[in-house]
Write a protein that binds this ligand. Structure first.
Ligand code: ADP
Ligand code: MG
Length: 731
């Protein structure tokens, strides 16, 4: 049963920080304790087995069955020593979060009915068949092939949660199609590795592998558990569907980097202890811009592992928040009028020779390589700006992008003045400039000086959705609740494709007799011109930019269901198919899931909004109106008509206002219900999502307007839902 507002406010106001037992050791001593990492492997597996496993991870080849048996045996021994009794394949279906089904290690020694033994075979480690028919598949699995398989991903180590050994896996259909986020991600990572190695070898023959790195910054809100329980909208949709702005919110800019409230600090400390046990190198914690908004971020790591760690930490945060009597909100926009939450994806590529490909180098050769990778990334983002937007879009993130105080739903790249100047110089230099490569890089471009200058590169543009920040790009449009895989698959795939095309061009030019450096330089010059429109260093929040971006031909679509169309455009299908990341069939299936999910989210919100309007708000408003009416009548009993009218003037205005807002709510809720009925009859998932977006969703704001007005009129004592000023300030 939902709580009453005043009960909840009192309960929340009495809360004290929960005492957190600090581990007696330094983090380095218990770091990774719950993970079957290389250190643990060394204890439980033979040298030969470890070598095969590591080679398989590095080369991306399949592990032989007998090796899987050895690994399973070692892993089981470790897990049981750690107190685990169960295991699960831990996978990432196309829903929010992860999925798991726990099985115990026990089995009969011989025949059924006899003694039991703990067993865990290579087969169970390598592959499972969860009854997965209720995960979204976009129609890929029809009934006769309803099974899905999970298969072990050895590149992400197994870990233990409570009594369960969790084994990261991919999730695919009987016919081999991806039903999850991880499968296409692994394919994109391998594509970018291969494509980038080929390009790196133009500069350094010794490069054999290129890693994609990700450092995410997780933003989140916390609200007190009791207040959360008194808000059915937060409970059921993850965001407040109504609520008048608090008189004070973020306008004083006093929350960002402010001192962390003790209750929250205790929560953060515990998260860190837990994270270190899982080998998640949390580094940063601070308040964010909005009240009750916070952030944590680890040191970056390999993209696949970093994503698994993000998913794990999101679930750890949920659990620990409850312990501290908080509710964790990962929704991209839980409160109107204050900032929403994102998850900046700091992304870079680096070689096995230890070179960061977005880090300016010391030699001319390294700098040309650096510029090559920057320009190719620009090209990739330029060509696929609509697709990259689709990769981060969701019903929730739509509130954050394109809304008043957030980045627009347009992807552009911020480079900063130094790199921009370098690119401008390359662009301006003419083809017959007979300059040596050495001159070219050291003098004309000034590239050799970049390292020193970049150190105080302070003009970081917070409004850009995709920004160069010294040694990496920061994809900031990713939503706080999202699985980063979607963005990372698309970005790495786009860059892979671009690098392949670049290499082809260089090869052709060299075949035609051009020197290598000249070919590179020539090609870069063309690219810089071609993708110039993606560069924007100005204020991304401004209206002028929206207009300008449209003129530049960038994708400015704001309707979520239509943004998803980009995934199945001929260009995107070609991109994903040609580098083997996703087939056309998979792309269509996944879009079905996206449209369906969008529809369901809006549908749930519409229902909750309707219910709250009719059952919570209107009755209370009517009750208060009755109080006022009562007063009016009583005054008439005491005073003569003229005096009474004079005294009743303000109450009567309020009574009329309340009536207007009640009627505004009622009429629009009715109309919204009708619009929903029409939408629900539509068969096509795409059309239905469009109908929900165009015809149902617009009522939300109108209904909310009337409710928020009533919140200001109705007696504070009567108002049923915790107000923003109560929800948003943890002491
Ligand atoms: P800010 O808020 O200033 O952007 P943070 O310190 O909060 O910075 O987060 C920056 C993130 O970027 C961290 O996760 C950090 O490890 C990561 N990062 C730093 N260098 C790289 C890199 N070369 N590649 C990928 N991520 C990186
Ligand atoms: Mg950042």
């Amino acid at each position: 049963m939902s709580k009453l507002r005043f009960e909840a406010v009192v309960e929340a106001s009495k809360r004290l920080p929960i005492a957190v037992q600090a581990p007696k050791k330094q983090p380095s001593e218990y770091y990774g304790k719950l993970v079957f990492n290389r250190k643990q492997m060394a204890k439980y597996l033979s040298k030969e087995t470890i070598k095969v496993v590591i080679d398989a991870i590095d080369e991306g080849v399949t592990l032989p069955r007998e090796i899987a048996e050895h690994v399973a045996a070692g892993m089981k021994m470790w897990a049981m020593e750690m107190g685990a009794s169960h295991y699960t394949h831990w996978f990432q279906p196309l829903t929010d979060g992860t999925a798991e089904k726990h099985d115990s290690f026990i089995d009969y020694v011989d025949a059924p009915g006899g003694d039991i033994i703990e067993k865990f075979s290579g087969k169970l480690l390598a592959q499972q068949e969860p009854d997965a028919s209720s995960f979204p598949s976009g129609g890929i699995r029809n009934t006769f092939e309803a099974r899905g398989y999970t298969a072990w991903d050895p590149s992400s180590p197994a870990f233990i949660v409570d009594d369960t050994l969790c084994i990261p896996t991919v999730f695919i259909s009987y016919t081999g199609e991806a039903l999850d986020y991880k499968t296409p991600l692994l394919k994109a990572l391998s594509a970018v590795d291969k494509a980038a190695v080929d390009v790196c070898r133009l500069f350094d023959e010794k490069v054999n592998k290129v890693y994609s790195y990700l450092g995410w910054e997780q933003e989140y809100f916390l609200v007190d558990q009791a207040l959360y329980d008194a808000r059915p909208d937060l409970n059921l949709t993850g965001r407040t569907l109504m609520g008048h702005e608090s008189a004070k919110n973020q306008q004083l800019e006093d929350h960002y980097f402010g001192s962390i409230p003790p209750r929250v600090a205790a929560f953060m400390r515990e998260i860190e202890f837990e994270a270190y046990k899982y080998g998640i190198p949390l580094k940063t914690r601070h308040n964010e811009v909005a009240p009750n908004q916070f952030e944590l971020a680890p040191v970056f790591g390999e993209t696949n592992l970093s994503i698994d760690q993000n998913l794990l930490i999101m679930s750890l945060m949920h659990r620990l928040a409850s312990k501290h009597h908080f509710k964790l909100l990962l929704h991209e926009k839980p409160f109107a009028g204050v900032n929403g939450s994102g998850k900046h994806n700091n992304w870079s590529l680096g070689t096995d020779t230890g070179v960061g490909l977005f880090t300016p180098g010391k030699t001319a050769n390294e700098n040309l390589q650096f510029i090559t990778f920057v320009v190719n990334t620009l090209m990739a983002v330029y060509k696929n700006n609509g697709l990259l937007k689709a990769s981060i879009m969701s019903a929730q993130n739509a509130h954050r992008l394109g809304a008043n105080e957030a980045p627009p739903a347009i992807i552009s790249v911020f480079l900063g003045s130094q790199i921009s100047a370098v690119l401008d110089k390359i662009e301006e230099s003419s083809e017959d400039d007979d300059i040596t490569v050495d001159e070219l890089q050291k003098m004309k471009l000034g590239v050799a000086h970049i390292p020193e200058v970049l150190i105080d590169n302070t003009d970081r543009n917070r409004t850009s959705p995709f920004a160069f920040t010294g040694n990496r790009f920061e994809f900031r449009a990713v939503g706080s609740s999202a699985n980063c895989s979607s963005a990372m698959t698309t970005l790495n795939a786009s860059v892979a494709m671009q690098l392949i095309e670049f290499k082809k061009e260089i090869d052709q030019k060299m075949k035609a007799g051009m020197k290598k450096e000249q070919a590179i330089y020539d090609t870069l010059r063309l690219y810089i011109k071609e993708c110039k429109v993606i560069r924007f260093d100005g204020n991304g929040y401004s209206d002028e930019w929206k207009e300008e971006a449209g003129k530049r031909g960038l994708n400015c679509e704001t309707s979520v269901p239509l943004i998803f169309d980009t995934y199945i455009s001929p260009q995107s299908v070609k991109l994903f198919e040609s580098i083997g990341v996703l087939s056309e069939r998979e792309l269509h299936a996944r879009n079905e899931v996206k449209w369906e999910t969008y529809t369901k989210k809006i549908q749930i919100e519409a229902r909750v909004l309707g219910d709250l309007s009719i059952n919570h708000i209107i009755p209370v408003a009517t009750q208060y109106q009755t109080v006022l009416l009562d007063n009016v009548y009583k005054l008439r009993g005491i005073f003569d008509e003229k005096q009474a009218d004079e005294l009743n003037k303000d109450d009567i205005t309020l009574i009329v206002d309340i009536a207007k807002h009640i009627s505004g709510i009622k009429t629009n809720v009715d109309a919204m219900v009708e619009a929903r009925k029409v939408a629900n009859k539509i068969e096509s998932e795409r059309e239905k999502a469009i109908e929900y977006h165009d015809k149902v969703f617009p009522y939300f704001e109108i209904i909310r307007y009337h409710i928020d007005k009533l919140e200001l009129i109705v007696d504070n004592q009567m108002w049923p839902l915790p107000k923003y000023r109560e929800l948003l300030f943890i002491s």
